[in-house]
Design a protein around this ligand. Structure first.
Ligand code: MP5
Length: 203
């Protein structure tokens, strides 16, 4: 992580603390999460990731060069096995993935798409925030998650060396930019959306 990415994360210290210590994450890892809570998250997040696919494609269309396009292509490719993970878990748990998502989720997904029109520097800062939040949260429980947790595949998905490398590539793209208020605002909004999303499903 270089200077701009570092400044964005440091500017969100207290929100980041809430993200990495959120009870949804801790309870997913230690096996105390109620089944219905995970089920709720699964269907909500499936909608989010499907919308995210569209968002990444649109963001890729405004990427300034091949380096940026290649990083985003990696992110888009990773969504194929990720969505399969959701679909397999939903089938095993008898969940309908077509249920109507919360308005918070609709709002978050629409917000991400809207950032594409704000231009590359703000948009890449926003994408970095989304992925960095997930990596930091799930990596914080990676090494303490027992082998019997039913959700190990999800925890591994966002805490793997591959995902870590992707988040570092995003940080490198952010570091090519000078910090702007629009980047800080986007980073702040994502932090608040992430906390609200877990608060919503965890009740
Ligand atoms: C991610 C996610 C990570 N799956 N859900 C939320 C609410 N925020 C971030 O994004 P991705 O596309 O699954 O890596």
């Amino acid at each position: 992580m270089g200077e701009t990415a570092q400044e964005l994360v440091s500017g969100q210290r207290s929100a980041w603390q809430r993200i990495v210590t959120h009870p949804f994450v801790g309870r997913t890892s230690d096996g105390t999460l109620p089944r219905e809570t995970f089920d709720r998250w699964l269907t909500e997040d499936y909608f989010f990731v499907r919308s995210f696919q569209v968002y990444l494609a649109e963001l890729s269309a405004i990427a300034p060069d091949d380096e940026a396009r290649e990083v985003l292509a990696g992110g888009i490719a990773a969504l194929v096995p990720e969505l399969a993970l959701f679909e397999k878990a939903a089938a095993e748990r008898g969940l309908d993935l077509g249920v109507e998502p919360s308005l918070l989720n609709v709002g978050y997904s629409a917000y991400l798409l809207s950032t594409v029109r704000e231009g590359w520097p703000a948009a890449i800062a926003v994408l970095y925030a989304v992925e960095k939040a997930y990596f930091d949260a799930w990596a914080s429980v990676r090494d303490t998650t027992g082998p019997d947790t039913p959700y190990a595949g999800f925890i591994a998905n966002w805490s793997s060396p591959e995902f870590s490398a992707y988040v570092e590539q995003l940080a490198a793209l952010v570091d090519r930019e000078q910090l702007t208020p629009a980047m800080e605002l986007g980073f702040d909004r994502v932090a608040r959306f992430e906390i609200a999303f877990w608060d919503l499903v965890h009740g």
